[in-house]
Every structure is written in structure tokens, then in C-alpha cells.
Design a protein around this ligand. Structure first.
Ligand code: GLU
Length: 484
């Protein structure tokens, strides 16, 4: 069996979007699942869309997500160069274009803008498309040579038949047949001498021995033209896997406007790399069972591309948040603390046992920025309404709370040891004497020391962090509020 070789072929035009990362991930997984090679190729021939710094983003993201390539611009595997602009300099695209011209599968076109603007257009998939009328196909060899000599700008176009059909196979969509009359004579070499993506992807995938081409399904409609190129050259067509669209919660194509469309956006919003990768793996793919949490290693083992679905995948930020929270829960406490520390410092400053607070929030947050809202009350007792003392299940109300706070105040004043355990034992003693339920006592105390309905820990844990002086201050304040 031939070794599987896949490639991630990004255009360095901006941030690494969720869709790009999914393509990279799936290509990586398909190769690694079968012990194959995963290659990185930089497709930078579209000079107008090139963005400074975008190549660095690609490298950074691949490194961070663990999608290690076996070959690429920085790792020669014998199929280089791996950057298209460098490949242009080797003359490879022009050579292959010439081969097609010799076979009458391509031709020079000298039509200027004005002429092209006058050609009829067709609406294909909602877009206005110009269908070239093969005007220059009828130029004789001599006419072509004359125009080239005169230096008239030209492009090279594919020469597609106007009759018959072309069929190709996609692993997810099955066999697709189109009428050749629908195939535009697309440009292979542009007037600046650069190949179009449409041409370069075929030449590169073939010359780099790529066996599986995985990409977004926006390329599906152009694929018959690519297949015709393979056939014209007499090359084997790779296995095609066109991935389903990724939409936002409103079933619209995921776009920059959604605010979480790129890897770096998500990291900035406090998501963990592992959770992002895990979540993106499920944007179109699912395992046989309903399992959802996968490390990259586990994905390599489980990933069978035949299980990719054709239906659009919805990018659900709520689900990603949940998954991120699961990763926090499973994380080593020291590692969690290391990552959470900057957020805790920002929320609380100095003077608190941040490690203990980190342990409290670890299982309660979904993204790092949630930390502030969980711990802010340590720094300052928020304004709260005495209504908060009333809790149906705990059977507490403002009157019972006032009584409890008044009775525990002297106990807590006398208490020297403000560790969680010691505080808990003392209060338990009071509960037993009073003959009530724990909550009847703990609820009012927790309310008084936190001023919040929901806290990441119980009353005594909170008091341990606050210390004696601050805890008593807050309890007295509670009494004052309840008396008012
Ligand atoms: N450069 C193309 C893109 O970024 C690659 C598509 C492909 O994988 O062939 O969309």
C-alpha cells in the first residue's frame, strides 16, 4: 500500500480561522491515523491577499496545537520548495502549463479587460460568473508567437471540452458528474506569471505525492476542472474529502463577525488549546460511540474520515465552554494554578492565598475570564439585599438569620484558629446545640461573608481566606443590615 501523504496548504492571508484549523487537524489525523506523512505547504501566490505576519501565525498555531508536520518550508522532505512563491521561481508551473498547451489542453489568451467585460455572465451558486468564450483558442501558432513577441499581456487558460461529462469521486459526497459545457476555461497562469490556486494545487499535490486532499466544500464545484487537469496530464487523481460548512449558532457561515472565528480569538477569550482542538475535531466528525473528550493522541487513534458528516457543523460556543470546563476539571491542580494565576492576580491583587482560591474555582469556571466574577467578593464585600438571607430549602429568613449571626458572632470572636477545619468544627458544635440543620446556620454566615448567592466555596472556606478580622467585620455588617 502506498503511504498516505496529506497536506495542509494555507494561504497566509490573516488569522487562522476555525475552518482552516479543522482542515489542518483532519489532514493531520488522516495521515497520522495511517502512519503517513503530513506536510505543510504555504500557498502565497495570491499577492493581493497576502498579509504580513500571517505565515508566522500559521507556524505558531500548528506548533501550539501539536499538529506537527513531517515536511514543510522548515523541514525538507525532498519535495520542496514548500512555499509556492519559491516554486514559481523554479519554473515548474510554466513548464506544466506548456505541457498542457502542447497537448491542446490549455491555450494562451490575450483578451483585454474591455473584451472580457463584454462577455456574458451566468449566475452560479448565487455568484455572477463570467464564462470565457474561447475566443483565443482559435489563434494560430504564428499569431500567438507574434503577440508574445510584441509583449502583449497574456494568461494561460484551461481548454475544457464543451460536450460530454466529467465525473469524479469524493469520499463524502460520492460520485459527482457535471456537464463539461458548465466548465469555464479557468485561468491557470495569471498575467503576472503566477499560477492560480486552481492550477498550482493540482501541480503541487501531484508533484508532492499527496494521496488525500482534504479541504472545505467551497472547492467542490471547482473539483471537476481539477480532475480534468489530472486527466490531461495522465496523473492519478487523489482521494478527495470535502469538508462540510461550519456555521454559527444562527446557521450562517461562521465569519469574523461572530467574534470567535479564529484560533487566536479563542485563546484570547480564555479557552485552552487542547479543548479548542478537541472541539474542532467534532465539527463534522464523530466517533462511533458518543464520546466527546479526546486528546490529540486519542483522536489519532480514533479518527476515521469515513465518519465525517456532510451536514453543516454548527460552531456552538456554549458547547465549547462546557468542554473547556471539563478540561479544567481534569487538569492537574498545579498546572491549573499556573495558568489561572494571572487572572486571579488581576481580580484580587496581593494578600490572598491564590492557590487555595484557584482550587475553589477550578471546577466552577468554563473559561479563565470567568474567574473574576467568581472571586471578586473576596476583595470587597459587594452591596447585597437582605432578601438573600431568605432561603426556602434551608428554612432561613431574615429573622432567623439575624438570630444565628448574633449567636455565632461571639463564637467566632473567641475563635483563634481560622482554618477551614477548625471553623467548621466550632460551627458544627453550635449547630448541634441548637438542634438545627447545617444549612440553617451556614447559609446566613456564607451570605454575610460573601454578599453573594453563589460562591465557589462554603462559609468556612471563605472565612479561612478572608481571615478573622475581615470575616468578623462582614458578619457584623450583616447583623447591622438585618437590624435596619
Ligand atoms: N490555499 C487554500 C486555502 O487556504 C487551500 C485549499 C486546499 O486545501 O486545497 O483555502
Amino acid at each position: 500500500m502506498t503511504k498516505i501523504r496529506t497536506r495542509y496548504a494555507p494561504s497566509p492571508t490573516g488569522k487562522m480561522h476555525v475552518g482552516n484549523l479543522r482542515s489542518a487537524l483532519y489532514e493531520f489525523l488522516i495521515a497520522k491515523h495511517a502512519d503517513g506523512d503530513f506536510m505543510l505547504r504555504i500557498e502565497d501566490t495570491d499577492q493581493e491577499r497576502f498579509m504580513e505576519g500571517a505565515t508566522e501565525i500559521i507556524y505558531r498555531t500548528m506548533e501550539k496545537t501539536g499538529l506537527k508536520h513531517d515536511e514543510g518550508p522548515d523541514k525538507d522532505g525532498g519535495y520542496g520548495p514548500y512555499v509556492q512563491s519559491e516554486r514559481v521561481k523554479t519554473g515548474i508551473y510554466m513548464e506544466y502549463a506548456q505541457e498542457l498547451i502542447d497537448k491542446r489542453e490549455a491555450y494562451y489568451c490575450f483578451c483585454d479587460k474591455e473584451r472580457l467585460a463584454g462577455l456574458k455572465t451566468e449566475i452560479v451558486e448565487g455568484k455572477e460568473i463570467m464564462i470565457y468564450d474561447k475566443h483565443c483558442l482559435s489563434l494560430s501558432q504564428e499569431e500567438v508567437e507574434q503577440k508574445l513577441k510584441e509583449g502583449i499581456p497574456f494568461v494561460i487558460r484551461q481548454n475544457n471540452p464543451t460536450e460530454g461529462t466529467t465525473t469524479f469521486h469524493d469520499e463524502l459526497y460520492g460520485d459527482i458528474t457535471v456537464n463539461n459545457s458548465e466548465l469555464d476555461d479557468m485561468i491557470l497562469i495569471k498575467s503576472d506569471g503566477y499560477p492560480t490556486y486552481n492550477f498550482a494545487n493540482v501541480v503541487d499535490d501531484h508533484t508532492m505525492n499527496i494521496t488525500h486532499v482534504v479541504r472545505g466544500n467551497e472547492y467542490l464545484s471547482s473539483s471537476p476542472k481539477y480532475v480534468r487537469l489530472y486527466e490531461a496530464f495522465g496523473w492519478q487523481v487523489p482521494v478527495y474529502v470535502h469538508l462540510p460548512l461550519i456555521t454559527d449558532e444562527n446557521h450562517k457561515k461562521l465569519s469574523k463577525r461572530s467574534g470567535h472565528s479564529s484560533f487566536e480569538d479563542l485563546v484570547e477569550q480564555g479557552f485552552l488549546t487542547e479543548a479548542i482542538v478537541n472541539y474542532i475535531a467534532l465539527l463534522g466528525w464523530s466517533p462511533e460511540d458518543n464520546r466527546e473528550i479526546f486528546s490529540l493522541e486519542e483522536l489519532i487513534k480514533e479518527f476515521d474520515y469515513h465518519r465525517i458528516s456532510k451536514s453543516p457543523a454548527v460552531f456552538d460556543i456554549v458547547k465549547l465552554r462546557w468542554m473547556n470546563g471539563e478540561y479544567f476539571k481534569a487538569m492537574d491542580p498545579d498546572k491549573f494554578y499556573e495558568m489561572a494565576e494571572p487572572y486571579l492576580k488581576e481580580a484580587l491583587g496581593e494578600g490572598f492565598d491564590l492557590q487555595k482560591i484557584a482550587a475553589m474555582v477550578k471546577t466552577r469556571i468554563e473559561v479563565f475570564p470567568d474567574i473574576a466574577g467568581q472571586v471578586d467578593f473576596f476583595k470587597e464585600l459587594p452591596e447585597y439585599d437582605t432578601e438573600m438571607y431568605t432561603h426556602k430549602k434551608m428554612k432561613t429568613d431574615t429573622a432567623s438569620s439575624l438570630e444565628v449571626l448574633n449567636e455565632v458572632l461571639p463564637i467566632l470572636e473567641a475563635q483563634e484558629d481560622y482554618s477551614n477545619d477548625a471553623l467548621y468544627q466550632s460551627l458544627l458544635g453550635y449547630v448541634e446545640k441548637k438542634g438545627c440543620k447545617n444549612g440553617y446556620v451556614m447559609w446566613p454566615i456564607r451570605t454575610a461573608v460573601s454578599g453573594k448567592q453563589m460562591t465557589p466555596a462554603g462559609a468556612t472556606e471563605i472565612m479561612e481566606i478572608l481571615g478573622k478580622e475581615e470575616s468578623l467585620k462582614r458578619i457584623r455588617k450583616g447583623i447591622e443590615k438585618l437590624q435596619a
